[in-house]
Design a protein around this ligand. Sequence first.
Ligand code: SF4
Length: 338
Amino acid sequence: MKKHRNLPFFVPFAGCPHRCAFCAQEKITGHKETAESIQAELAAFDSMMANAGDLHTTENQIAFFGGSFTGIPKERMIALLKRANAYLEQGFASSIRISTRPDLIDEEMIAILKQYRVTNVELGVQSMDDEVLRLSGRGHTAAQTRASAALLVNNGFVFGGQMMLGLPGSDEEKELATAKAICDLGAKEARIYPTVVFAGTKLHQMTLQGGYHPMDDVAAAKRTVPCLETFLSRGVKVLKIGLQSSPELANAPYGPTDGSLAELAYGYLYAKEIMALAGERAVNKHLTVCLPRGELSKVTGHRRLVLKELQPVLLPRTLDLREDEALSVPRVKISIEG
Ligand code: SF4
């Protein structure tokens, strides 16, 4: 079986009529929101494809990212889809992925996406709590998300849900409910993003005025764990945790700016598993913990944050951490001796 590969192309949503409190699209993505001409954009797309290297040894998916693909002018959207279809017909890619807002999917859009062989549609769900959506200035409701997800699933698209942690008015309970709702809506894929406060956003003003309290890296990682567990237990593939590392992210004035949030979140997930398996039985004993291959650094890395939290609770005499090829993420195996 060929290895899957994404061919990402960023489509800026210039002129977005919404004003999400957290939005600083160019800062999150490192791209400017300036609109290009359709011809210039198609040329940039061709250039991305030309520079993608050998496309015959992998199973390729063209991915239009940027948040609201179905909200850009229709002529521009169809031009991009037609060009992507030309590459599909030549065998350079086999499918197309887009992401958009829940209120930008309707029957007409479903027909266009089907016609141009889009297979995966990610919705910026962010929260399934209407008050959180309102305070975040999203401009759509949870009911609209439910309706759009149903349209997508009933029409055979692979539906992916993107959610955010730490939005204004949100808490762990609402975030877990959002993760569960995304699963219930039939998602096969999910992304978990933390709320970061970028300069110049409404959220920045709210933070400076004391109306919003940002999470730090550890809080964001810990809040990720129950949502991650939910997705993993329901067979929903978690495509991404955290924002793309960039100078803009590193320089954001408030919020979880560590670009390796996923590693830390998995670290805390493993810590939870280890505590559940070992608990008090490990006190003053020799504890051996096996993690899946390549996962050790998630517990030992990050200035040993996870390990420091784990050891005083378990109180083992010795703690030996190893990797075990037979384990799959996020399984853990322990043995206690002495
Ligand atoms: S995050 Fe909100 S304001 Fe920003 S581009 Fe997307 S819909 Fe528009």
